[in-house]
Design a protein around this ligand. Structure first.
Ligand SMILES: Nc1ncnc2c1ncn2[C@@H]1O[C@H](COP(=O)(O)OP(=O)(O)OP(=O)(O)O)[C@@H](O)[C@H]1O
Ligand SMILES: [Mg+2]
Length: 276
């Protein structure tokens, strides 16, 4: 009998609390629960400060949940659990986090060393061939001997991506992966993701690109409250939801005709009509 496929990631009743310098307690994710089945590509949407990056860091075991649980395949993931070398090794190979600001990830003397760092640390074989393959995939061959800090913003983002994809992980947590990528590289990433069996949770403010990145949307509102979990096209067509989540707003503008009000996406401007 075929086995029921377990979720790659399961979040249950998640709360994250922190204290302000004045001693007040703030809460994000008022009991957030969701699952990612194998191979699903989900897009995490929400306005600035709603908790997207914090959620990805919790899921990657970098921050401790104040309440609730995070399970990766069959294992409970917490920063303490990841002190166990054996679990950390398996988890760090399978579940990778692309930081919103790739500079935070780049610390090796050369691009080549940067991409090789994870495979070397994890003792993978054929490291030079793996580096060559992912450098070529992202068009980084000419940059391999340069120090990462000398690169452009988009080049740094490509190096950060290559240094994660080289591990051939099963679960990708990507925080604004296309923020500084040119259209061709963004397109490459979309194609690569959609063609792969990997499970992915991806944040973006670019609603036009979001439509291509996955099939499911998780929309967070203020305080990381889950406003929507369902089919991505349904979320993108729901102007009331997008407005409530701070992802679209009514604004006045004057191009040609009289000033008027309409909705437009946060970054994409007027060439995208969410109702289309
Ligand atoms: N430990 C903490 N101490 C203070 N503030 C925190 C802490 N953790 C999270 N926050 C606050 O929680 C909010 C969520 O931040 P987060 O970076 O997750 O937002 P985001 O959804 O990724 O936003 P953006 O779209 O701007 O990237 C922010 O207001 C942040 O300052
Ligand atoms: Mg963020």
């Amino acid at each position: 009998m075929p086995e029921r496929s377990a979720a790659v990631l399961e979040v249950r009743n998640l709360h994250y609390l922190w204290k302000t310098p004045e001693g007040a307690t703030r809460t994000l994710f008022d009991g957030l629960s969701f699952q990612l089945p194998p191979g699903e590509k989900a897009v995490l949407l929400g306005a600035n400060g709603c908790g997207k990056s914090t959620l990805l860091k919790l899921l990657n075991g970098l921050l401790p949940a104040s309440q609730g649980s995070i399970r990766w395949r069959t294992e409970a993931i917490t920063p303490e659990a990841l002190q166990t070398r054996e679990l950390a090794r398996r988890f760090r190979r399978d579940c990778v986090l692309l930081f919103q600001h790739p500079e935070a990830m780049l610390f090796n003397p050369s691009v080549s060393d940067e991409i090789a760092y994870g495979p070397r640390l994890l003792g993978l074989d054929k490291v030079p061939a793996r580096v060559a393959r992912w450098a070529a995939a992202l068009g980084l061959e000419a940059l391999l001997t340069l120090p990462p800090f000398q690169l452009s913003g988009g080049e740094k983002q490509k190096v950060a991506l290559a240094s994660l994809l080289v591990l051939e992980p099963g679960l990708l947590l990507l925080d604004e992966p296309t923020a500084s990528l040119d259209p061709r590289t963004s397109g490459w990433l979309v194609d690569t993701l959609l063609d792969s069996p990997q499970t992915a949770l991806i944040t973006t403010h670019n609603l036009s690109l979001a439509a291509e990145l996955g099939s499911r949307a998780l929309v967070l509102g203020e305080g990381g409250r889950l406003l929507f979990d369902g089919p991505l096209p349904q979320a993108l067509a729901d102007l009331e939801l997008l407005e409530r989540a701070g992802l679209a707003h009514r604004h006045r503008h004057r191009h040609g005709g009289p000033a008027h009000c309409h909705l437009h996406s946060h970054l994409h401007g007027h060439d995208w009509d969410p109702a289309a």
